[in-house]
Design a protein around this ligand. Structure first.
Ligand code: HGY
Ligand code: MN
Ligand code: MN
Length: 416
């Protein structure tokens, strides 16, 4: 059996067609995917995924925050399963691969083992983590963050989106508020396949990224309070223009991240004028900041420099600028044994590969705080992601799924 297992390959054509079949759930005219967490489109893909896992012989259950699990029995059910999977939700202007590649590759691993009649020693458990993207509800990687105890279920269930819909209402609305308490599903370890979402693998012509670390993340909710007044009759020197002040904050975020770079990034991705009108000087704006670094000391410097820049801008422009740090996740250092297992699989399969740090956050970054976790990257076209143009190659997706298969086989073992 070991020989069969060691030469096993996933069905790359089947994986590729599932990627394109499921892209229709929330598919956009430009060829992207808009599948916000807990939306009707998310329900469609969840229902499809649950049915596919059941058809592949998995026992499917859902926890209190909609995290989905598909358990494939192993010979020794006394030990927790090896976990594999990712997320099914997308950004508003998302692509066909971010998250779902890892979930579908996990399904493909199960299908491949079924086709080969291989029973693993330890059970396997395929996972779909709720709201990895953090676009509709903050924070990102929400379902896995609550699973590892970063937030209580009550805190998460009460969070509301911009329309005032709570997580609880949205879960009930799509029928995915499961009855198993958070944390019921245990794992021995977890492995996640994901597109790199950056340019390195493609630029270096490498097929596999052996992810050994991930950036830490700082998320702020910000508010600028200036003074609404007439756009025509208010003299320039008397204005307290909230948007002009925010524009300086935007450039300060860019300057601070660049100065602390190359191991630092930052952007303002959202800004909403409270009462917009062409001939009223903006008086109140809500905005969000995302800053990241793989180095904890640089994260502290990002925070410190941001706060002093905002204070200087506020004083000079006579506005108030409030910054509320709503989420901080430390840099990730994945489990060395699992990272080596990924590297061994890539080497034995003959794929070009390199160690790499993840610029993006992932559910495995949370999981790694309570269990051994590791990630596998494959290139995406021009390193583009969180964009409808997101694209990847069938051969690379197949290679990533093969590395996932053989990493999981090495961790789970093959029943004698
Ligand atoms: O924000 C992130 O890094 C992830 O894509 N949710
Ligand atoms: Mn993702
Ligand atoms: Mn994403």
């Amino acid at each position: 059996m070991i020989n069969l297992a060691s030469n096993l390959q996933i069905d790359a054509t089947r994986l590729w067609s599932t990627i394109h079949d499921t892209a229709k759930f929330g598919g956009t005219p430009k060829g992207g995917v808009r599948r916000l967490t807990l939306s009707a489109e998310d329900k469609q893909v969840r229902d499809w995924f649950a049915a596919a896992l059941k058809a592949a012989g998995c026992e499917v259950h859902v926890d209190a925050l909609g995290n989905m699990f598909g358990l494939r029995k192993g010979r020794d059910m006394s030990k927790p399963p090896i976990g594999l999977g990712s997320h099914l939700d997308t950004q508003p202007t998302g692509g066909k691969f971010d998250g779902i590649l890892g979930s579908l590759a996990a399904l493909e691993v199960v299908r491949t083992l079924n086709d080969a009649g291989i029973e693993t020693e330890l059970p396997l458990c395929v996972a779909n983590w709720t709201n990895e993207e953090g676009s509709r509800y903050a924070p990102a990687m929400m379902g896995s963050a609550a699973y590892v105890g970063e937030f209580t279920p009550q805190d998460i269930l009460s969070r509301k989106d911009s329309d005032g819909v709570s997580v609880a209402e949205a879960l009930d609305g799509i029928g995915y508020r499961g009855d198993s308490p958070l944390g019921t599903q245990k794992f021995s370890s977890f492995v996640e396949l994901h597109i790199e979402q950056g340019p390195i693998l493609e630029a270096e012509n490498k097929t596999i990224g052996v992810v050994d670390s991930g950036q830490g993340v700082l998320w702020y909710d910000g508010r600028v309070a200036g003074f609404e007044s007439h756009a025509g009759s208010t003299p320039m020197q008397l204005r307290r223009d909230a948007l002009a002040a925010l524009s300086e904050v935007v450039l300060a975020v860019e300057r601070i991240a660049t100065e602390l770079g190359p191991n630092a990034v930052g952007t303002i991705g959202e800004a909403v004028i409270a009462r917009p009108s062409r001939n009223v000087i903006p008086g109140e704006i809500a905005f969000t900041i995302d800053m990241r670094s793989a180095d904890e000391a640089i994260m502290d410097a990002l925070d410190k420099n941001l706060r002093s820049a905002a204070a200087e801008i506020a004083a000079r422009r006579k506005v108030e600028i409030a910054l509320d740090l709503v989420w901080r996740i430390a840099p990730t250092h994945f489990d060395a044994r699992l990272v080596d297992a990924v590297q061994t699989a890539a080497t034995e399969l003959g794929y070009s590969h390199r160690r790499i740090t993840s610029g993006a956050g992932h559910d495995s970054c949370n999981l790694n705080t309570v269990m051994p976790a590791a990630m596998i990257f494959v290139p995406c076209k021009d390193g583009v992601s969180h964009n409808e143009l997101e694209d990847a190659k069938q051969a690379d997706c197949g290679a990533g799924a093969n590395v996932l298969l053989h990493t999981v086989l090495a961790l789970a073992g093959v029943a004698k």
